[in-house]
Design a protein around this ligand. Structure first.
Ligand code: CAA
Length: 261
């Protein structure tokens, strides 16, 4: 069904685990890999068997060490712009996926790798993870949304520091600044990501979907519009059986049954 050159995809119990698999290049993102991520996420959006997606990197060293430097080195200005736009499309596609996406950051998340993690909804990171936007070392700037999403997540000052110095930070520092949601010993990282995915899957599916939409789209509006939007989506929840069951179950002091079985 989904045969990729640079991705491994496994779908079990509603969880799609995507492993970026170019270990010889520390899972660097080239055009092929970006295209494959794009198709995989188009599929996940439509496939009812997929409720939460986890993205990780193969091996124990790297999540993704960046966009592929060997592939970028000879690019012309126009080709580089096209490559950045492809990266943007892919990160946007992941961010806009109607299902939650967890990054299980199992090592280096540099440049395009940090940007890929930033496109995900939640970042769980191993204790050996290291984040950075080292593009200035290569004479370029972040090109897959790093200058924009990093500042939105951690604030302008910290984003400036990371992008202008190219410094790497470890997992503890990433946690301290809100780039990592949790730090987990590497051997347990994928299990922890799957446990979080299973917890999300056990909740009301429409509520989860609308909650992601409310946070994601609301952040791009002013507060009054965003609150109005939240009220619309809150109202929409009441059109579902899920809301009747969730609230009735609370009142009857029993667990909610969202699967309808
Ligand atoms: N692109 C292509 N190949 C890469 C790569 C990348 N981003 N990162 C690592 N590799 C390759 C190395 O070239 C090396 O290949 P060979 O064995 O064929 O020489 C292999 O992966 C292993 O890497 P190292 O030998 O360098 O491993 P190390 O342990 O000494 O260092 C590292 C690890 C610190 C992550 C180092 O590999 C590194 O600095 N990588 C580049 C990180 C980087 O600059 N990323 C940003 C890229 S630019 C970008 O992403 C732009 C954008 O926003 C769109």
């Amino acid at each position: 069904m989904m045969n990729f050159e640079n991705l491994l995809v496994e779908i079990v119990d509603g969880i799609a685990t995507v492993t970026i698999n170019r270990p010889k290049a520390l899972n660097a993102l080239n055009e092929q890999t970006l295209g494959e991520l794009q198709s995989a996420f188009s599929h996940f959006a439509e496939d009812d068997a997929v409720q939460v997606i986890i993205i990780t990197g193969s091996g124990e060293k790297a999540f993704v060490a960046g966009a592929d430097i060997a592939a970028m080195q000879p690019l012309s200005a126009l080709q580089a712009r096209t490559f950045a736009k492809l990266g943007h499309q892919v990160m946007r596609h992941i961010e806009a996926c109607p299902k939650p996406v967890i990054a299980a950051v199992n090592g280096f998340a540099l440049g395009g790798g940090c940007e890929l993690a930033l496109g995900c909804d939640i970042r769980l990171v191993s204790d050996n993870a290291r984040f950075g936007q080292p593009e200035v070392n290569l004479g370029v700037i972040p090109g897959f949304g790093g200058t924009q999403r990093l500042s939105r997540l951690v604030g302008k000052g910290l984003a400036m520091e990371l992008v202008l110095t190219g410094d790497m930070i470890d997992a503890g520092e990433a946690y301290r600044i809100g780039l990592a949601n949790k730090v987990i010993v590497q051997a347990d990282l994928l299990d922890a990501a799957k446990a979080m995915a299973a917890k999300i899957i056990s909740k009301g599916p429409l509520a989860v979907r609308l909650a992601k939409e409310a946070i994601r789209n609301g952040l791009e509006m002013d507060l009054d519009k965003a609150n109005q939007y939240e009220a619309e989506l809150f109202g929409l929840c009441f059109a579902s059986k899920e809301q009747k069951e969730g609230m009735l179950a609370f009142l009857e002091k029993r667990p909610a049954n969202f699967s309808g079985e």
